[in-house]
Design a protein around this ligand. Structure first.
Ligand code: BES
Ligand code: MN
Ligand code: ZN
Length: 493
């Protein structure tokens, strides 16, 4: 799909085989709408009312084949709002798809909602990208129906032209970042291991201000990151802690973002059931989101000091695996009793959270498919959020609202730390109760984040669905970081 801007009002039919025209319920159609009489005739003939989710196709409008006009019902003019706008766009996509149109022009000006041009373009591209996403690397027969579709937006003046152009450019960068992150998540676990991720990042992420490095098993071992390493003990694949440093602002302390990158989670000796286990290839979604975020932030050349860490490992089983009952010494020197080897994400994260203290970060955000409980509590459309800093969490929530994506804060009550008391070690890696799993997991992490402001995002419910990876929560974090740099949150956090 290509996105273009159309400046002239006349002659768009020469270039476009189909025009999308918004018709309001019971509205008087203005004369300046193209082919006024013909449209009126057709509307009368078919008794088209302009109700929401309806449409009318007028074929061969210039008596020329393949020059059609789609009238899209927009409902009552007074009731139009952003949600109806999104419905209209989704409806138009269905029609484009069904009738296989290739050159389409939109008249967005006609839809008057209290949103900026950027919002409209961003959301249109978001809908189209979501609907046309295809992961066909492993299909012998490629069938990309949408490749050569051209979407045009009609603008009425220079100002609109510039704003639309900028909006398209920025949105395309954002959705490219989301796409490459989704592709990585969808890649099967026999291919997508830590080393593969490291290579991918080196290929795809390039910027004069970016430095990519990694800590291997030897290095982590010498530092004392035994909790992290213990997760990978049963695997033939190597663990790798990948670091992407993007310093495009010398005047600020770094913001650190960390992603859980378990390329496959069998559960270890505390083995998962086989039903749905194949979905545990998505247990690296947090790390993949860091990849997408840094891709976007660097392509947009945002003036920020950002460190991304992809904590990659594989939770497998062999004679060397972690066992329930094992006690390991973390980088923080705290000893952890492993009650359940399936609570591996926190073992990896706790060492990384300790490791990043050395950066004296402005704040730290970790993103992880950490607990099944989060999916149970919040379902698959709402990200979980827990934080030791109220301002940080509220800024994340505000950013999510701006782009209509969901994140909901759960309380990090230290009360629940009692469930992590161990008889023989400093703490256990999980509790004996199944209740409050997301909060207890965050309580576990909170032992290792005392030195800085921190937010934890649990994406176990949102990172993937039956169609594959979703790219959550990339948009939220990107929006948040851009807001931060625009000084929107700078004074607060
Ligand atoms: N990767 C899983 C969490 C998960 C579960 C993500 C379902 C997506 C869908 C994590 O490593 C895990 O297994 N967590 C356990 C923790 C428990 C043993 C305390 C869980 O949620 O069951
Ligand atoms: Mn697990
Ligand atoms: Zn896991």
């Amino acid at each position: 799909m290509k996105y273009k801007i159309f400046k002239k009002k006349k002659n768009y039919y020469k270039k476009n085989e189909c025009a999308i025209i918004n018709i309001y319920e019971n509205d008087k159609i203005k004369k300046n709408i193209l082919k006024y009489n013909l449209i009126l005739k057709e509307i009368k003939k078919y008794n088209f009312k302009g109700k929401i989710n309806t449409h009318l196709i007028i074929k061969d409008i210039n008596s020329v084949k393949k020059e059609d006009c789609i009238l899209i019902g927009c409902g009552k003019k007074k009731k139009i709002n952003k949600n109806i706008f999104l419905k209209i766009i989704k409806n138009s996509f269905k029609i484009i798809k069904k009738y296989n149109y290739k050159n389409i022009i939109y008249f967005l000006n006609k839809i008057k909602i209290k949103k900026k041009i950027y919002w409209k373009i961003f959301n249109i591209i978001k809908i189209f990208k979501k609907k046309t996403y295809l992961f066909d690397k492993f299909k012998n027969k490629k069938n990309n129906k949408y490749k050569d579709i051209k979407i045009n937006f009609l603008v009425k003046n220079k100002r609109e032209y510039i704003l639309t152009k900028k909006a398209i450019k920025k949105s395309l960068i954002i959705f490219k970042g989301i796409k490459i992150s989704k592709n990585l998540c969808n890649t099967p676990p026999n291919i997508c291991n830590s080393t593969y991720i490291y290579k991918k990042i080196n290929n795809k992420i390039r910027h004069p201000k970016i430095k990519i490095s990694c800590l291997d098993k030897k290095k982590m071992s010498s530092l004392g990151m035994n909790a992290y390493l213990s997760v990978n003990k049963g695997s033939y694949n190597k663990p790798l802690m990948i670091q992407i440093k993007y310093n495009n602002n010398k005047n600020m302390k770094p913001i650190v973002i960390i992603g859980k990158g378990v390329t496959f989670d069998t559960g270890g000796i505390s083995l998962k059931t086989s039903q749905n286990m194949y979905k545990m290839k998505y247990d690296m979604s947090g790390a993949a989101s860091i990849y997408g975020i840094i891709y976007i932030i660097s392509k947009l050349n945002i003036k920020i000091n950002l460190i991304g860490i992809l904590a990659c490992a594989e939770n497998m089983i062999n004679g060397n695996s972690n066992k329930p009952g094992d006690i390991i010494k973390t980088l923080s020197k705290k000893n952890i009793e492993i009650i359940n080897t399936d609570a591996e994400g926190r073992l990896i994260l706790c060492d990384v959270l300790t490791y990043v203290e050395k950066y004296d970060p402005k704040f730290v955000i970790d993103i992880a498919t950490l607990t099944g409980s989060c999916a149970i509590a919040l379902g698959n459309k709402i990200n979980g959020l827990l934080s030791n800093n109220k301002k940080l969490s509220s800024c994340l929530i505000k950013s999510s609202l701006e782009i209509e994506e969901n994140i909901h804060e759960l309380p990090l009550f230290s009360q629940y730390k009692k469930y992590l008391k161990s008889n023989i070690a400093d703490i256990k890696n999980c509790s004996n109760t199944i209740y409050g799993g997301t909060i207890i997991a965050a309580c576990f992490l909170s032992y290792f984040t005392k030195k800085y402001k921190w937010a934890h995002i649990d994406i176990a419910g949102t990172a993937y669905n039956n169609n594959g990876s979703t790219g959550q929560p990339i948009n939220i974090i990107v929006q948040f970081l851009i807001n931060y740099i625009k000084k929107k949150w700078k004074k607060i956090i």
